[in-house]
Each structure stands twice: as structure tokens, then as C-alpha cells.
Design a protein around this ligand. Structure first.
Ligand code: CTP
Ligand code: MG
Length: 213
């Protein structure tokens, strides 16, 4: 099973407030570098960079210009991918736990579509304009992570369908599900969190010091 890794890294990192996240450093290393190291084993790696950014050539890696939304960035990468299976991974998740990745690859090989996901640790509640609303049964919900893996042709079909319908999704698993194809939930790892808000940088710095996965 050949694997193309698609790295959407073209976001502007507005909520983090440090410029494009791909170039934000944690433990003295850019987030993009974490992903390039974690997926160095792949048959090919395709990276969507923010418009106007270029990086020196690197063996086995292709840099392309990203789009306006995450979906558009992934679509550009997907059109350039050639392997049987594609893994889509947010560069904003620098800590890739090898055991979780292995679980995901096994599920993709078996089912054609899978994502990492973790349980919801806290009470999950509806926000009714600042007031405590209905509690949502957290046992029946999951927080979705990346990587997400798909047979390449299946993800192509899902993106083409979304384009036809003019829909923009926040992740690829939703798009595949919208086609009517089930997506397996595979046990992720809380260390694979996404750096989104400024305080996440402190968590990431701490984890970078202890990292041995
Ligand atoms: N992404 C992308 N192209 C876009 C928007 C997002 O490739 N037009 C990527 C980001 O670089 C990131 C991933 O999608 O790796 C998840 O997005 P998110 O965490 O929302 O990052 P940003 O969009 O950069 O952050 P923000 O929404 O706070 O601006
Ligand atoms: Mg975003």
C-alpha cells in the first residue's frame, strides 16, 4: 500500500496570533518540520504553503500553494497525489504518536476510510448565549483529530462531490461520510492536540521537552 501524505499548512493562524502556524516554533523547531520528520517514511509528501511563501527543495517533498480554506488546500494537494492511500494531517498538530499512526494505517487498509479521534474528557454542554444549556452525552461523542486516511480515489470522489455542491467542510472525514461511505473512528492520542489558541503554545513547549514518541 503506497502512501501520499498531504499536509495542509496554508492557514494564517489567526486564533494563535503568531502568523502562519506552519512556521511557528515549538522547542526551537517549526511546526512544519515536526510533520516532515514524522512522515519522512511516506512514498511522497505534499505540503500546501500559505500564498507567497516558498521553502528550499527537499527530497521526497513537494511544496504547493494552498487555497483560501483548508478544504481548498487539501484539494490542491490531492490533485497532485499519486499513491493508493492518502493521509491528511494538520501541520498544527506537531506531536505524532507512532502507535496511533499505526492503528490508523491498519484501519485504512481494512476499511478505506478512517480518522483518529479521542473521547471527550469534560462535561459537554450547549452554550445558550452564555448560559449553561443542555448537557450532551459525552460518551457518545468524540473529538476528531488527524491524520485521517482514505483510499485516494474515494477522497477524490468526496472532494469532487463537495465542489459540485459548493460545500466547504472543516475536515475530510465529513466529506467522505457525505458521500455515504462510513469512516472508522480509531483511538487517537490526546498529545496529538491541535495548536489553536495562544495558551496551547505553553502546553506544546512542555510536551516538546518530554517528547519520546
Ligand atoms: N489550513 C490550510 N489552508 C487554509 C486554512 C487552513 O492549509 N486556507 C490548514 C492549517 O495550516 C492547519 C489546518 O489546516 O494546519 C487546520 O487549520 P486551523 O487549525 O484552523 O489553522 P489556521 O486556519 O491557520 O488557524 P485559524 O483558523 O486560527 O486562522
Ligand atoms: Mg482555520
Amino acid at each position: 500500500m503506497s502512501v501520499s501524505v498531504l499536509l495542509p499548512a496554508a492557514g494564517s493562524g489567526e486564533r494563535l496570533g503568531r502568523g502562519p502556524k506552519a512556521f511557528v516554533e515549538v522547542g526551537g523547531k517549526a511546526l512544519l518540520e515536526y510533520a516532515l520528520e514524522a512522515f519522512a517514511w511516506a512514498d511522497e509528501v505534499l505540503v500546501a504553503l500559505p500564498p507567497g511563501h516558498a521553502l528550499p527543495p527537499r527530497p521526497g517533498v513537494r511544496f504547493l500553494e494552498g487555497g483560501k480554506t483548508r478544504q481548498q488546500s487539501v484539494w490542491r494537494l490531492l490533485q497532485a497525489a499519486t499513491a493508493d492511500v492518502v493521509l491528511v494531517h494538520d501541520v498544527a498538530r506537531p506531536f505524532v504518536v507512532r502507535a496511533a499512526l499505526e492503528r490508523l494505517l491498519k484501519a485504512v487498509a481494512e476499511t478505506g476510510a478512517a480518522t483518529l479521534a479521542v473521547p471527550v474528557p469534560d462535561t459537554l454542554v450547549e452554550d445558550r448565549d452564555g448560559a449553561y444549556g443542555a448537557v450532551i452525552p459525552r460518551e457518545r461523542h468524540r473529538l476528531v483529530q488527524t491524520p485521517q486516511g482514505f483510499r485516494r480515489e474515494l477522497l477524490m470522489e468526496a472532494h469532487l462531490e463537495a465542489l459540485r455542491e459548493g460545500r466547504d467542510f472543516s475536515d475530510d472525514a465529513q466529506m467522505v461520510l457525505a458521500l455515504g461511505h462510513p469512516v472508522a473512528l480509531v483511538e487517537g492520542d490526546r498529545r496529538m492536540f491541535k495548536l489553536t489558541y495562544p495558551e496551547d503554545l505553553d502546553l506544546a513547549e512542555g510536551l516538546a521537552r518530554a517528547w519520546n514518541c
